[in-house]
Design a protein around this ligand. Sequence first.
Ligand code: FAD
Length: 281
Amino acid sequence: MLSSERNATERPEEASRGYDVAIVGAGFSAISLAMNLLRVLRPPVSVAIVGDDPGFGRGTAYRTDLRVHRLNVAAARMSVYADEPDDFLSWLGSRYGGVSPDGFAARTDYGLYLRDRLAAALRDRDRAFRIDFIKAKATSCNLQTPPSFGFELDNGETFRAANVVLALGVGSADIPAADQIDDQAEHRIVRNPWRLSWLSRVRAAETVLMLGSGLTMIDQVLALFARGHEGKVHVLSRRGLVSHSHATHKLAPVTPARPESREISALLASLRAQARETCAR
Ligand SMILES: Cc1cc2nc3c(=O)[nH]c(=O)nc-3n(C[C@H](O)[C@H](O)[C@H](O)COP(=O)(O)OP(=O)(O)OC[C@H]3O[C@@H](n4cnc5c(N)ncnc54)[C@H](O)[C@@H]3O)c2cc1C
């Protein structure tokens, strides 16, 4: 548990407290923002971080305990501090000895790195810098007069904040044609594969169908195999493509050429064409 972490129901006397900043969400964006606020804001400052995630501080991406789940960005580019680009590498080095800057660390380690760095930042903070971690879901946020934002939480508490950052993540995609799913099939459908408990419901010889062929599919197949799965895995996607692997050799940065058209699709097509050309050189 983080040092100032609390369940909001435990301290009702603080129900209508006011904060300078409220951060809603408790994943990477919320935690890294809080760490950076600790560095740049001058105390006295009060910050509330409201999150409903059981893995407070890790979010969907870094909550996994499976070491087969790797970062998709090289370790040298995962520091939480822009002005200390080697910070994650040094943290990894202090745990595992020499590590390659081009390597892909386990995501569970990245979650631990975030918590370690946050704990260190909290230990070193000025006493006049207050951060409250509130385990709850924010159900509403309204502009009030004098200008401030009023929050309601799902545990019945309320609070106010002068500044608000919504760091809610992207959530999960809806199931296509959900209204056509037979009631009897419902219990065989996994809506949120990031609740890894679904893996224990699959018997080793069963066939699994994955909808989508991106990085989440790869992670889930790795997780199935790590549990000794022997059944068939089918993957269905609109284009039948899987993610590219990272380039094995470093390419010099290029200045992107801008297309005449201001349409976002034209810009995307142009950037893709330039990326293809550069990689082919
Ligand atoms: C499986 C996976 C692997 C990834 N791997 C990488 C990687 O290797 N490298 C990389 O750079 N990026 C990676 N990403 C992208 C990654 O998600 C982002 O970089 C970053 O972790 C997103 O953090 P976030 O805080 O914006 O969202 P999230 O981590 O999704 O956190 C949002 C949080 O807000 C909470 N929340 C939402 N609504 C409310 C509410 N009303 N009240 C309270 N709390 C609320 C949610 O419960 C959640 O905990 C990965 C993403 C996924 C899904």
